[in-house]
Ligand binder design. Sequence first.
Ligand code: SDX
Length: 392
Amino acid sequence: QIDKFTYDPGFTSTASCQSAITYIDGDQGILLHRGYPIDQLAEHSSFMEVAYLLLHGDLPKKKELEEFDYTISRHTMLHEQLATFYRGFRRDAHPMAIMCGVVGALSAFYHDSTDITDPQQRLIASHRLIAKMPTIAAMAFKYSIGQPFLYPDNSLSYTGNFLRMTFGVPAESYEVNPIIEKAMDRIFILHADHEQNASTSTVRLAGSSGANPFACIAAGIACLWGPAHGGANEAALNMLREIGDVKRIKEYVARAKDKNDPFRLMGFGHRVYKNYDPRAKVMQQTAEAVLKELKLSDPVLDVAQELEQIALHDDYFIEKKLYPNVDFYSGIILNAIGFPTEMFTALFALARTVGWVAQWNEMISDPEQKIGRPRQLYVGATQRDYIPASKR
Ligand code: SDX
């Protein structure tokens, strides 16, 4: 129970920013969004309701949520010229490469929401980014498999619309599976925001220069792509598949402990959590539910659960406080739903856009805000005079 916040002076002097959006206690494994625990939001809320909460600070009343849903749905289409933009990529382009390019390009199309000094334009840009990410991600997937793009169908929920644009085809009607829709919505909630992680800090730093919101989110997408960050969900499933059998787990655990081996267990460890990532627990439960609903048995889930048990009882992992993180189980669910591993990080970016946008708004609307300027510890040469080449 967190009923008050007190920080040691050391922490406040090194903190990169002040924020009221997300609170993490890494030692206790606590994650709150505007004070609400992540497991309660995952259980009872919806991704659009969490988006409203992160953006506006409180859970919406019924009418407020209906208006927010309606506003977002009015921005789900992309300018037709952007569909042409996709055709400039190779079919095997990584979806994150496409998302970096297309999201950055939005600033070339939506000039009426790039003036960051105008609160109304900031809000329109925020709604556009939240609304268009599912369309952009689904189009990246369709482009990679050579299928036609599907326009949004605003009679569906935000997540149902995304599933239909991704897995539907013009030749047939598409029925959204409510269990899959709920699981996908829950995965989006679990990825929505996470305090000042690397990609959110990138968005804030880019935003502090006054860059337009589309460029800032494109910068966040680029940072999230790394395997140490959002790229870990793709890497974790690839690792679990490579292990392939519970009998081979010990070999990989030994490699992860070997100082001379750069191999790390993907989906394990965290910069802040030195306890179980609360999102990983919900993700594991969702993985079991989705596989059961789809009547699928995936040997990779057995490998993941056995690996988790071995690691949680291994002195090295206990001493280093290494636990599964949000990326450890997510790939198993996404694979079961039908996404290729290359799409996993794009889905992370889709969901994290609501957190990036909320954090960007919080920063940009702070009148005291100055341009970010991380300091360095200089360890290079002391001053010295130039030596002509003939004398070196
Ligand atoms: C995300 O910041 C966020 O909030 C990010 C995120 C979000 O929602 O935005 O939570 C999303 O990025 C989750 C993390 C996803 N990345 C992975 O799963 C990749 C695998 N994990 C690691 O690469 C690693 O754990 C990091 C990058 C996440 C953290 O690395 P650190 O900062 O080195 O971790 P640490 O300081 O706690 O490490 C302590 C020790 C180190 O050994 P020593 O130097 O003390 O000898 O544990 C070792 C590390 O080498 N270690 C691991 C390990 N992670 C850390 N050893 C084996 N396997 C691992 N996964």
